[in-house]
Design a protein around this ligand. Structure first.
Ligand SMILES: Cc1cc2nc3c(=O)[nH]c(=O)nc-3n(C[C@H](O)[C@H](O)[C@H](O)COP(=O)(O)O)c2cc1C
Ligand SMILES: CCCCC(=O)C(=O)O
Length: 355
């Protein structure tokens, strides 16, 4: 397999069709889903010449972790629907790639087991834990404790989901919940049961409470409005993930990459800004970094790798992105991520719309 697109094709052939639709689908008309990828194709890189060096270093410093490349694994639910090894395979592959795995609260393997699988590959493996704040604060506290005990080095609170997105493929397929035999293992023994992950409206005060209850860095995932980035930083967030949830929440939103520049401007380097949504090529990673991200997350590509070939497939996805990003950096005349500056990105077509 030489591209993520090929792994996607293989995954499509292998997956149960209803599960494929769950993973691949977006909300409503899937406008945002499609635009996440298309928006990258509307942008271009303006390479610099005669300043290259052969000793490139693509590692990046992130909250509670150093990653071997500016690509991390975005949190996605229900990996055992993609492959019997589920999140264990994903965790091993992320550890082998030396990058951060953001464990989903809705994982079908508990975060402790994921961490153990990752650390068997690399004792220094870094995991973050993604969280939907629950209205019962005891549930949230227990989840934070489980993540902390597992050695997670940051929390990622998903803030774009006051309600579930309208996944119309799932409605058509009658896919409403995890099938029998699978469970959201992080919810084990919690009130509400293992299947019952709540998405409910939350406020900045809930976040204050979470921050007061943990010493872990807290990143907010799912910010698109620059004013929310401003508020997040004011309220002490340790990082921002610009994301439209892979086009699975509100459909009428911009592509993640189109929302990034203004948020990066607001952040002004005070906190790290990450981005996810539509990253399929190393050049997408380079564009996101040039527009102000310190790293990107990949969601579906990891699932395609997992469904195509388990741990090996996920490793392939991550190594393809590493190779492609490093290659792009070289072609742009860069030695490291810091060389990818905003002036390197342009909109396709003649500048100003005229030759
Ligand atoms: C099948 C699937 C499940 C997801 N589950 C979660 C989740 O449990 N928590 C979360 O914060 N985001 C979740 N996301 C969103 C991803 O973290 C990420 O924002 C998105 O997938 C990025 O877009 P990409 O798939 O184009 O890379 C999910 C996305 C997909 C596709
Ligand atoms: C309770 C599962 C949430 C998964 C999710 O965030 C998604 O499917 O987008």
């Amino acid at each position: 397999m030489t591209t993520i697109a090929e792994l996607h094709d293989r995954a499509r052939q292998r997956l149960v069709p209803e599960y494929y639709d769950y993973f691949a689908g977006g909300a409503a008309d899937e406008t945002a889903l499609a635009d996440n990828e298309r928006a990258f194709r509307r942008l271009a890189l303006m390479p610099r010449v005669l300043r290259g060096r052969a000793d490139r270093d693509i590692s990046v410093e992130l909250p509670g972790a150093r990653a071997s490349m500016p690509v991390v694994v975005a949190p996605t639910a229900f990996h055992r629907l993609a492959h019997p090894d589920g999140e264990l395979a994903t965790a091993r592959a992320a550890a082998a790639a030396g990058t951060v795995l953001i464990a989903s609260m809705a994982a079908t393997v508990g975060v402790g087991e994921m961490a153990a699988a990752a650390r068997a590959v690399d004792p220094g493996a870094a995991l973050w834990f993604q969280l939907y704040l629950q209205s019962d604060t005891r549930v949230t506290e227990t989840l934070v404790r489980r993540a902390t005990d597992a050695g997670c080095s940051a929390l990622v609170v998903t803030v774009d989901s006051p309600v579930f997105g309208r996944h119309e493929r799932d409605r058509r397929n009658g896919f409403a919940d995890l099938p029998a035999g699978f469970a959201a293992e992080n919810m084990r023994d919690l009130p509400g049961g293992r299947r019952n992950i709540e998405m409910t409206p939350m406020s900045w005060e809930h976040l204050d409470r979470l921050r007061a209850s943990t010493s872990l860095p807290v990143l907010l995932k799912g910010i698109l409005h620059p004013e929310d980035a401003h508020l997040a930083i004011e309220r002490g967030a340790d990082g921002i993930v610009v994301s439209n949830h892979g086009g699975r929440q509100l459909d009428a939103v911009p592509a993640s990459i189109d929302a990034l520049p203004r948020i990066a401007e607001v952040a002004g380097g005070r906190v790290p800004v990450l981005l996810d949504g539509g990253v399929r090529r190393g050049s997408d990673v380079a564009i996101a970094l040039a527009l102000g991200a310190v790293a990107v997350g990949v969601g579906r590509p990891v699932i395609w790798g997992l469904a195509a070939d388990g741990e090996l497939g996920v490793r392939q996805v991550l190594e393809l992105l590493r190779e492609e990003f490093d290659h792009t950096l070289a072609l742009c005349g860069g030695q490291g991520p810091a060389d990818l500056t905003r002036d390197l990105v342009t909109v396709r077509g003649p500048e100003g719309g005229k030759w």
